[in-house]
Design a protein around this ligand. Sequence first.
Ligand SMILES: [Fe+2]
Length: 373
Amino acid sequence: MTEQFKFHMPTQILFGRGLVKHLADYIPGEKVLIVSDPFLYKNGVAQAIGDGMTGKKVAYFSDIEPNPSCESVDAAAAVAREHSADCVVGIGGGSSMDVAKIVSCLVTNPGSIYDYYSGGTKKLCPRTTGLICIPTTAGTGSEVTNVGVFTNRSTHVKLPMVNNEFWPDIAAIDPDLTVTLPPAVTASTGMDAFCHAIEAYWNKESLPLCDMLAMGAMKLILKNVKKAYDNPQDMEARSAMSKASLIAGVAFSQTRTTGIHATSFPLTAEFGASHGIACSITLPAFMRISGELEQEKMQELASYLGYSCLEDFADGVEQLMGSMKMPLRLHELGVKEEDIPHIAEVALSAQIIQLTPAVMNMETVERLLRSIL
Ligand SMILES: [Fe+2]
């Protein structure tokens, strides 16, 4: 049978040191809303980017929390509507970019995010407001995906929302923005990017184009993440990590993620782990079972990355995480034996878990979680 595949990437990518201070020419209309977290506003990063938008009327919404809630989305949307924003710019690790995606739609779509999100009955009409995403970490890849992840504050349920209106018009990646990241964030976000790449690669819906991107991204991360962790000023390592995160983002934007991300949702929403930690903590365990359905492909990857076999590859990744003082066992996040069935159940409720190259059911997921308790 002839191989067939589709690859859809409508986002224009701009990459380069210092470029985010000169974005005016890329912004449609006059009125811009910049969405960020309070830290990026207070330290002047958001304003420096806004100041570079010569001739534009810039407003700021800077109350985005990690794992953004639907309530924050609605508050940002109210500001965007009041400002009649022609363009929404999300600056941040992932949360602010995710919020910018839905807010740019809500400028012209009435009501609350709850009308359109999980269980909502309305369908978003095509976005007419511009959308630019600017990552400040090297990890989430959110700048090149059509996914936003939002948390329902009352139920604590964290669920992804996928919509074709969420593809940013422009992803502007400037490695200089990552230079102030603390080592722990460099590690957790860098390993999140690694998860994106490996989950695109071993995905049941993998594509040849994405395999190549994912392999390149993993090579860059294995070579550079510890360098950036040890020496935050190493701009070569920082640029490589920004590039790797972008490339991994493009790869998983086509395939979606798998069991690692499915399991991360309860670990974040209920145990307070950051996204990068919640993902990477199960990474070595998922690597060890990925040979179940993809033995040959995983062996090829291990060889490409300089390991003799999949087991060595998983050990190597685990050691790398340990060398960056990342948690490796679930009990370090406060998980207890009695929590395991519930975590498995929530993970299994995310459809992406079935894209993992291994049998995923209560028994296998509980076993995997117990192996790293
Ligand atoms: Fe992620």
